[in-house]
Design a protein. Structure first.
Length: 233
């Protein structure tokens, strides 16, 4: 489950460069400061989409409510679109009172939170992969930076992402960009886009992924909304 949180929160990074103010390496440091701060939030509401734009186009819509001011409360709802088919609420996952509740395609179940190795009285530990980077290393991740008010745009070094995704060299990222809105040192919206190729045996697979997220009710979400029939799972 921690990997899911890390995926949804940390994946926040990359899409089209907007021409605004002049290039400035300090914008990168402002972004990573906000990223670190956002990963430490006590509560919030995150909505977004993960879209694969290749031949088998698909989209996952996610809605996450999180409150970890006291005991952990969480509600994650996922909708799926693939081709002409769509499935609303194809997966729902909830945490309340140190229990977990799962609804997968209508099949419901519940368990204990401790079975996931999570202590409900402690904050979730979300891994920040950039925490040990120096300022110079963080700046080197972006080949271009710009800012217009609270809106930041970055072009990311594709070769660095390629090696991060696969050190064996089978992935080639041709375009990687990030747009983010930062308010009070928190990321409130982010659009991530990555495109390139991956060598799979004798074929090349197109990589074309977009992630869009918005974050609101930062540290002010006091109550997570649950289904009325949760205890019957």
């Amino acid at each position: 489950m921690k990997k899911i949180f890390t995926f949804f929160i940390s994946s926040f990074m990359i899409l089209n460069l907007a021409a605004c103010s002049s290039n400035n390496d300090d914008y990168a440091l402002e972004f990573f400061s906000a990223l670190d701060n956002t990963l430490e939030l006590n509560s919030g509401h995150i909505q977004g989409t993960f879209t694969s734009n290749n031949e088998d186009a698909s989209k996952i819509k996610f809605d996450l409510q999180l409150n970890q001011k006291d005991n952990l409360q969480l509600a994650l709802d996922l909708d799926l679109e693939a081709g002409d088919n769509s499935e609303d609420n194809f997966l729902n996952f909830y945490i309340r009172d140190n229990k977990t509740y799962l609804n997968s395609y209508g099949t419901t179940s519940q368990s204990l939170l401790e079975n996931l190795g999570i202590n409900g009285s402690e904050k979730l530990s979300v891994y920040n992969p950039f925490l040990n980077y120096t300022d110079d290393e963080l700046k080197a991740l972006f080949t271009r930076s710009s800012k217009n008010g609270n809106n930041y745009s970055f072009t990311i070094d594709g070769s660095l992402i390629s090696s991060y995704l696969d050190s064996m060299g089978s992935v080639t990222i041709e375009d990687a960009t990030l747009d983010a809105t930062i308010e009070d040192n928190y990321i409130t919206s982010l659009t991530l886009g990555i495109s390139g190729l991956q060598d799979v045996e004798t074929q090349q697979v197109i990589i074309d992924v977009t992630i869009e997220c918005t974050l609101d009710q930062i540290n002010s979400l006091d109550t997570v909304t649950y289904p009325a029939d949760l205890e019957n799972y």
